[in-house]
Design a protein around this ligand. Structure first.
Ligand code: PGA
Length: 267
């Protein structure tokens, strides 16, 4: 895992956005794996700005979101489809027909999960998968005890996740307790994984992800198996890492190497 520790959430968003911007410059028809939650919001704002400035285009991009509440239709203000339209899709030049979010209103959710996997395959697989992380180490809605090789399926949300997300629902409003989520195996199939985490309340989950055992108890620890996983975190989220200085040292060495390679290329 590449661990990039930055000063604050603004730097995390900037770094993450640049990785995606460079991906789109290299491969304009990239397949993006996208995430909801508070963490990616400012990254999306930077993508919107880059699109509006003509730096990148989403015309040939296909996207797949990680998850959706089961029991909410696409128009529901708390649905992840609605969130994505608001935060990103409505503000960029993407063809909405190429954006995929698991159908929260599927009549047959099990068939819908299989179809979602087939759609990802048909698109050629995900080039870069963006992830947040839950306080309990979940990625997507893969809660602790999720199979490390799991595929897209219906998952029951933990009490902790329901509580964390209650802030988005009005008092007395129906809050789903089930979801459709890509599996951990689905996420691990992405060519590159980009996990963002900011704030003290993610520090324990980040510690378990990086320095804990590979275990379904912390679903994000499965990223230890990935060939190209980048964790971009701020100082607060890094605060419980025992070897923080070593990760910073590695990153400094990485940058020196990149600069040497760039100089070599420039002749
Ligand atoms: P957050 O959610 O970005 O709102 O903290 C992350 C997650 O639960 O995956």
């Amino acid at each position: 895992m590449q661990i990039v520790i930055l000063r604050d959430s603004a730097e995390v968003a900037e770094y993450g956005a640049n990785l995606i911007i460079n991906q789109l410059k290299r491969k304009p028809d990239s397949v993006l794996g996208l995430a909801t939650g508070s963490t990616p919001v400012s990254l999306y704002q930077r993508l919107v700005a880059a699109n509006q400035a003509g730096e990148i285009s989403f015309k040939s991009v296909t996207s797949f979101n990680l998850d959706e509440y089961l029991g909410l239709d696409a128009d529901h203000p708390q649905s992840y489809r609605h969130f994505m339209n608001q935060q990103l899709f409505d503000a960029i030049d993407i063809d909405k027909a190429n954006t995929h979010v698991p159908p929260g209103d599927a009549e047959d959710p099990i068939a819908a999960c299989e179809q979602y996997e087939a759609q990802i395959q048909a698109a050629g697989g995900i080039d870069i998968q963006l992830l947040g992380i839950g306080r309990n180490g979940h990625i997507g809605f893969n809660e602790p005890s999720s199979g490390l090789m799991s595929r897209t399926r219906v998952k029951t949300l933990t009490k902790a996740t329901i509580e964390d997300n209650a802030r988005f629902f009005a008092q007395g409003e129906y809050q789903p307790h089930l979801s459709i989520t890509m599996g951990i195996g689905t996420i691990l199939d992405a060519k590159k994984v980009l996990l963002l985490a900011t704030g003290e309340n993610k520090a324990e989950a980040i510690r378990a992800t990086v320095e804990g055992a590979l275990s379904a108890a912390c679903p994000a620890s499965a990223l230890q198996l990935h060939r190209d996983a980048v964790l971009v975190i701020d100082e607060a989220a890094a605060s419980k890492l025992a070897d923080k200085d070593f990760y910073k040292h590695i990153e400094a060495e990485n940058q020196l190497l990149q600069a040497r390679l760039a100089a070599l290329k420039a002749g």
